[in-house]
Design a protein around this ligand. Structure first.
Ligand SMILES: Nc1ncnc2c1ncn2[C@@H]1O[C@H](COP(=O)(O)OP(=O)(O)O)[C@@H](O)[C@H]1O
Ligand SMILES: [Mg+2]
Length: 298
Protein backbone atom coordinates (compact mmCIF):
# COMPACT_ATOMS: atom_id res chain seq x y z
CA UNK A 1 0.00 0.00 0.00
CA UNK A 2 1.27 3.47 -0.78
CA UNK A 3 1.83 5.88 2.05
CA UNK A 4 -0.50 8.88 1.95
CA UNK A 5 1.14 11.99 0.47
CA UNK A 6 2.30 14.61 2.89
CA UNK A 7 1.10 18.16 2.39
CA UNK A 8 3.17 19.81 -0.31
CA UNK A 9 5.79 22.38 0.61
CA UNK A 10 5.55 23.85 -2.89
CA UNK A 11 2.49 23.84 -5.11
CA UNK A 12 2.61 25.52 -8.49
CA UNK A 13 -0.71 25.59 -10.32
CA UNK A 14 -1.38 26.50 -13.94
CA UNK A 15 1.52 28.95 -14.11
CA UNK A 16 1.55 31.11 -17.23
CA UNK A 17 4.29 33.61 -17.89
CA UNK A 18 4.99 35.83 -20.85
CA UNK A 19 7.79 38.22 -21.64
CA UNK A 20 7.26 41.43 -23.50
CA UNK A 21 10.15 42.84 -25.45
CA UNK A 22 10.07 45.25 -28.43
CA UNK A 23 6.27 45.23 -28.23
CA UNK A 24 6.27 41.50 -28.85
CA UNK A 25 4.93 39.06 -26.31
CA UNK A 26 6.54 35.65 -25.99
CA UNK A 27 4.94 32.86 -24.02
CA UNK A 28 7.55 31.30 -21.75
CA UNK A 29 5.49 29.17 -19.34
CA UNK A 30 2.26 27.60 -20.56
CA UNK A 31 0.35 26.18 -17.62
CA UNK A 32 2.98 24.60 -15.37
CA UNK A 33 1.68 22.41 -12.52
CA UNK A 34 4.23 21.09 -10.07
CA UNK A 35 4.06 20.00 -6.47
CA UNK A 36 6.84 19.04 -4.06
CA UNK A 37 6.33 17.28 -0.74
CA UNK A 38 8.26 18.12 2.41
CA UNK A 39 11.69 16.52 2.20
CA UNK A 40 11.27 15.47 -1.42
CA UNK A 41 13.95 15.88 -4.08
CA UNK A 42 12.16 16.87 -7.27
CA UNK A 43 13.98 17.02 -10.59
CA UNK A 44 12.91 19.65 -13.13
CA UNK A 45 14.32 18.38 -16.40
CA UNK A 46 14.35 19.63 -19.95
CA UNK A 47 16.51 21.00 -22.71
CA UNK A 48 18.01 24.45 -22.71
CA UNK A 49 15.31 27.10 -23.15
CA UNK A 50 12.47 24.92 -21.80
CA UNK A 51 11.76 27.39 -18.98
CA UNK A 52 13.34 25.54 -16.03
CA UNK A 53 15.23 28.52 -14.67
CA UNK A 54 12.16 30.73 -15.10
CA UNK A 55 10.07 28.37 -12.95
CA UNK A 56 12.71 28.60 -10.22
CA UNK A 57 12.85 32.38 -10.54
CA UNK A 58 9.09 32.75 -10.21
CA UNK A 59 9.12 30.66 -7.02
CA UNK A 60 11.87 32.91 -5.64
CA UNK A 61 10.18 36.04 -6.97
CA UNK A 62 13.20 37.08 -9.02
CA UNK A 63 11.82 36.81 -12.56
CA UNK A 64 12.91 39.59 -14.96
CA UNK A 65 10.89 42.79 -14.83
CA UNK A 66 9.57 42.32 -18.38
CA UNK A 67 8.06 39.00 -17.31
CA UNK A 68 4.34 38.95 -16.57
CA UNK A 69 2.49 36.22 -14.73
CA UNK A 70 -0.74 36.03 -16.67
CA UNK A 71 -2.29 33.12 -14.80
CA UNK A 72 -1.64 30.62 -12.03
CA UNK A 73 -0.47 30.51 -8.45
CA UNK A 74 2.54 29.54 -6.40
CA UNK A 75 1.88 28.27 -2.89
CA UNK A 76 4.71 27.76 -0.44
CA UNK A 77 4.08 25.94 2.81
CA UNK A 78 0.35 26.55 2.46
CA UNK A 79 0.70 30.28 1.75
CA UNK A 80 -0.04 31.93 -1.60
CA UNK A 81 3.22 33.69 -2.48
CA UNK A 82 2.40 34.54 -6.10
CA UNK A 83 2.15 38.27 -5.53
CA UNK A 84 3.44 38.90 -2.02
CA UNK A 85 5.14 42.16 -1.07
CA UNK A 86 8.89 42.70 -1.31
CA UNK A 87 9.01 42.71 2.44
CA UNK A 88 7.17 39.41 2.88
CA UNK A 89 9.44 38.02 0.18
CA UNK A 90 12.57 39.05 2.10
CA UNK A 91 11.20 37.37 5.22
CA UNK A 92 10.77 34.20 3.24
CA UNK A 93 14.18 34.23 1.57
CA UNK A 94 16.88 32.41 3.41
CA UNK A 95 14.61 31.11 6.13
CA UNK A 96 11.84 29.47 4.17
CA UNK A 97 13.28 29.38 0.69
CA UNK A 98 16.85 29.42 -0.56
CA UNK A 99 18.77 29.12 -3.80
CA UNK A 100 21.89 27.29 -4.89
CA UNK A 101 22.75 29.10 -8.11
CA UNK A 102 24.18 27.77 -11.34
CA UNK A 103 27.24 29.96 -11.39
CA UNK A 104 29.16 30.14 -8.12
CA UNK A 105 31.44 32.82 -9.56
CA UNK A 106 28.89 35.59 -9.90
CA UNK A 107 26.79 34.65 -6.88
CA UNK A 108 29.33 35.82 -4.32
CA UNK A 109 30.31 39.44 -3.92
CA UNK A 110 33.95 39.78 -5.06
CA UNK A 111 34.53 42.73 -2.72
CA UNK A 112 33.92 40.94 0.57
CA UNK A 113 35.59 38.11 2.45
CA UNK A 114 33.70 34.82 2.68
CA UNK A 115 33.34 35.26 6.43
CA UNK A 116 31.41 38.50 6.04
CA UNK A 117 29.14 37.05 3.37
CA UNK A 118 28.20 34.04 5.51
CA UNK A 119 27.80 35.95 8.77
CA UNK A 120 25.72 38.69 7.07
CA UNK A 121 23.10 36.10 6.14
CA UNK A 122 23.00 34.74 9.69
CA UNK A 123 22.73 38.18 11.20
CA UNK A 124 20.06 39.36 8.77
CA UNK A 125 17.81 36.29 8.79
CA UNK A 126 18.45 34.81 12.22
CA UNK A 127 19.28 37.97 14.13
CA UNK A 128 22.55 36.54 15.44
CA UNK A 129 25.15 38.86 16.94
CA UNK A 130 28.59 39.12 15.35
CA UNK A 131 30.33 36.67 17.68
CA UNK A 132 27.62 34.00 17.45
CA UNK A 133 27.48 34.37 13.67
CA UNK A 134 31.26 33.83 13.44
CA UNK A 135 31.08 30.62 15.40
CA UNK A 136 28.16 29.41 13.33
CA UNK A 137 29.87 30.32 10.04
CA UNK A 138 32.82 28.15 11.04
CA UNK A 139 30.48 25.23 11.73
CA UNK A 140 28.60 25.75 8.48
CA UNK A 141 31.79 25.61 6.42
CA UNK A 142 32.82 22.46 8.27
CA UNK A 143 29.42 20.94 7.45
CA UNK A 144 30.13 21.35 3.74
CA UNK A 145 33.48 19.61 4.24
CA UNK A 146 35.72 22.63 3.84
CA UNK A 147 38.89 21.48 5.56
CA UNK A 148 40.23 24.77 6.80
CA UNK A 149 37.17 26.88 7.54
CA UNK A 150 39.14 29.42 9.48
CA UNK A 151 41.35 30.26 6.50
CA UNK A 152 38.48 30.22 4.00
CA UNK A 153 36.46 32.65 6.13
CA UNK A 154 39.33 35.11 5.72
CA UNK A 155 39.55 34.72 1.95
CA UNK A 156 37.94 36.53 -0.95
CA UNK A 157 35.87 34.61 -3.53
CA UNK A 158 38.55 34.90 -6.24
CA UNK A 159 41.00 33.07 -3.99
CA UNK A 160 38.80 29.95 -4.02
CA UNK A 161 38.26 27.30 -6.69
CA UNK A 162 34.82 26.96 -8.32
CA UNK A 163 34.09 23.88 -6.23
CA UNK A 164 35.00 25.67 -3.01
CA UNK A 165 32.86 28.66 -3.93
CA UNK A 166 29.93 26.34 -4.61
CA UNK A 167 30.46 24.71 -1.19
CA UNK A 168 30.27 28.15 0.41
CA UNK A 169 27.02 28.88 -1.45
CA UNK A 170 25.62 25.52 -0.37
CA UNK A 171 26.53 26.38 3.23
CA UNK A 172 24.71 29.70 2.85
CA UNK A 173 21.65 28.03 1.28
CA UNK A 174 21.33 25.58 4.18
CA UNK A 175 22.34 28.08 6.87
CA UNK A 176 18.86 29.18 7.95
CA UNK A 177 17.30 25.71 7.65
CA UNK A 178 14.95 26.48 4.79
CA UNK A 179 12.08 24.16 3.94
CA UNK A 180 12.84 24.28 0.25
CA UNK A 181 16.01 24.88 -1.70
CA UNK A 182 16.03 25.56 -5.41
CA UNK A 183 19.22 24.30 -6.99
CA UNK A 184 19.57 25.52 -10.58
CA UNK A 185 22.12 23.32 -12.38
CA UNK A 186 24.40 23.66 -9.36
CA UNK A 187 27.15 21.46 -10.77
CA UNK A 188 27.12 22.46 -14.43
CA UNK A 189 29.95 24.98 -14.08
CA UNK A 190 32.23 22.53 -12.23
CA UNK A 191 34.77 19.89 -13.27
CA UNK A 192 33.43 16.36 -13.49
CA UNK A 193 35.08 15.02 -10.34
CA UNK A 194 34.05 18.07 -8.35
CA UNK A 195 30.52 17.72 -9.75
CA UNK A 196 30.14 14.32 -8.14
CA UNK A 197 31.39 15.52 -4.76
CA UNK A 198 29.15 18.57 -4.77
CA UNK A 199 26.13 16.51 -5.80
CA UNK A 200 26.81 14.02 -3.01
CA UNK A 201 27.15 16.89 -0.55
CA UNK A 202 23.83 18.47 -1.53
CA UNK A 203 22.10 15.11 -1.33
CA UNK A 204 23.58 14.30 2.12
CA UNK A 205 22.70 17.68 3.61
CA UNK A 206 19.21 17.53 2.13
CA UNK A 207 18.59 14.03 3.48
CA UNK A 208 20.00 14.76 6.95
CA UNK A 209 17.94 17.89 7.36
CA UNK A 210 14.81 16.80 5.52
CA UNK A 211 15.00 19.83 3.21
CA UNK A 212 12.86 19.66 0.08
CA UNK A 213 14.82 20.32 -3.09
CA UNK A 214 13.76 21.51 -6.52
CA UNK A 215 16.68 20.31 -8.58
CA UNK A 216 16.88 21.93 -12.01
CA UNK A 217 18.98 20.05 -14.53
CA UNK A 218 19.23 18.94 -18.13
CA UNK A 219 21.00 15.77 -16.98
CA UNK A 220 19.02 12.58 -16.40
CA UNK A 221 22.10 10.96 -14.87
CA UNK A 222 21.94 13.46 -12.04
CA UNK A 223 18.20 12.92 -11.69
CA UNK A 224 18.75 9.16 -11.40
CA UNK A 225 21.26 9.75 -8.63
CA UNK A 226 19.44 12.09 -6.34
CA UNK A 227 15.76 12.69 -7.19
CA UNK A 228 12.59 11.04 -5.92
CA UNK A 229 10.22 12.41 -8.55
CA UNK A 230 10.63 14.46 -11.68
CA UNK A 231 8.89 16.81 -14.05
CA UNK A 232 9.80 16.97 -17.73
CA UNK A 233 9.42 20.44 -19.20
CA UNK A 234 9.35 21.38 -22.88
CA UNK A 235 8.54 24.83 -24.24
CA UNK A 236 7.08 25.86 -20.90
CA UNK A 237 4.74 22.88 -20.71
CA UNK A 238 4.86 19.86 -18.43
CA UNK A 239 5.02 16.76 -20.60
CA UNK A 240 5.44 14.18 -17.90
CA UNK A 241 5.58 13.80 -14.15
CA UNK A 242 6.22 10.80 -11.96
CA UNK A 243 8.61 8.92 -9.77
CA UNK A 244 12.14 8.63 -11.10
CA UNK A 245 11.91 4.88 -11.10
CA UNK A 246 8.64 4.64 -13.05
CA UNK A 247 9.75 7.30 -15.52
CA UNK A 248 13.09 5.64 -16.23
CA UNK A 249 11.49 2.23 -16.57
CA UNK A 250 8.48 3.34 -18.53
CA UNK A 251 8.44 6.92 -19.80
CA UNK A 252 4.92 8.06 -20.69
CA UNK A 253 5.93 10.60 -23.33
CA UNK A 254 8.01 9.97 -26.45
CA UNK A 255 9.99 13.13 -25.66
CA UNK A 256 11.05 11.71 -22.30
CA UNK A 257 12.28 8.52 -23.98
CA UNK A 258 14.18 10.63 -26.51
CA UNK A 259 15.75 12.74 -23.77
CA UNK A 260 16.75 9.62 -21.85
CA UNK A 261 18.49 8.29 -24.95
CA UNK A 262 20.17 11.66 -25.51
CA UNK A 263 21.71 11.99 -22.05
CA UNK A 264 24.81 10.18 -20.82
CA UNK A 265 24.08 8.37 -17.57
CA UNK A 266 26.44 7.68 -14.70
CA UNK A 267 24.61 4.42 -14.12
CA UNK A 268 24.98 3.27 -17.75
CA UNK A 269 28.24 4.81 -18.97
CA UNK A 270 28.60 2.61 -22.05
CA UNK A 271 25.24 3.51 -23.59
CA UNK A 272 25.19 4.99 -27.06
CA UNK A 273 23.60 8.41 -27.26
CA UNK A 274 21.05 9.53 -29.83
CA UNK A 275 19.98 13.14 -30.30
CA UNK A 276 16.31 14.06 -29.85
CA UNK A 277 14.77 13.50 -33.32
CA UNK A 278 14.11 16.75 -35.21
CA UNK A 279 10.62 15.53 -36.13
CA UNK A 280 9.66 15.21 -32.46
CA UNK A 281 11.09 18.64 -31.66
CA UNK A 282 9.09 20.15 -34.53
CA UNK A 283 5.89 18.42 -33.37
CA UNK A 284 6.32 19.79 -29.86
CA UNK A 285 6.94 23.30 -31.20
CA UNK A 286 3.74 23.02 -33.23
CA UNK A 287 1.83 21.82 -30.14
CA UNK A 288 3.08 24.79 -28.15
CA UNK A 289 2.06 27.17 -30.95
CA UNK A 290 -1.38 25.54 -31.14
CA UNK A 291 -1.72 25.98 -27.37
CA UNK A 292 -0.97 29.70 -27.75
CA UNK A 293 -3.50 30.08 -30.57
CA UNK A 294 -6.17 28.37 -28.51
CA UNK A 295 -5.38 30.53 -25.49
CA UNK A 296 -5.54 33.64 -27.70
CA UNK A 297 -1.86 34.44 -27.26
CA UNK A 298 -0.99 34.30 -30.93
N1 LIG B 1 15.18 38.18 -19.42
C1 LIG B 1 14.67 37.51 -20.46
N2 LIG B 1 14.18 38.18 -21.54
C2 LIG B 1 13.63 37.53 -22.58
N3 LIG B 1 13.55 36.20 -22.68
C3 LIG B 1 14.01 35.47 -21.65
C4 LIG B 1 14.61 36.07 -20.49
N4 LIG B 1 14.98 35.09 -19.64
C5 LIG B 1 14.64 33.93 -20.24
N5 LIG B 1 14.07 34.14 -21.44
C6 LIG B 1 13.56 33.12 -22.36
O1 LIG B 1 12.73 32.25 -21.63
C7 LIG B 1 12.86 30.91 -22.09
C8 LIG B 1 13.16 30.00 -20.94
O2 LIG B 1 14.42 30.32 -20.41
P1 LIG B 1 15.05 29.55 -19.17
O3 LIG B 1 14.04 29.47 -18.10
O4 LIG B 1 16.34 30.20 -18.86
O5 LIG B 1 15.29 28.09 -19.80
P2 LIG B 1 16.14 26.87 -19.22
O6 LIG B 1 16.55 27.20 -17.83
O7 LIG B 1 15.21 25.70 -19.29
O8 LIG B 1 17.29 26.70 -20.16
C9 LIG B 1 13.95 30.94 -23.15
O9 LIG B 1 13.33 30.93 -24.41
C10 LIG B 1 14.66 32.24 -22.90
O10 LIG B 1 15.19 32.76 -24.10
MG1 LIG C 1 18.44 27.37 -16.97
Amino acid sequence: MRAPRKSPVLEITDLHLEIEADRQRTQILRGVDLSIDAGEVHGLVGESGAGKTMVGKVVLGIQPTQAKLTRGTVRFDGQDITNISERARRELMGKGLALIPQDPTTALNPAYRIGKQVTDVLRLHLGMNKAAARVRAFELLSDVHIRSPKRVLQQYPHELSGGMRQRVLIAIAFSCQPKLIIADEPTTALDVTVQRQVLRLIKDLQANRGTALLFITHDFGVVAKICDRLTVLNAGRVLEQGTVRSTFEQPKHAYTSALLKATPRYDRPGDELAPVPAKLTAELEEEAAAYDREAGHA
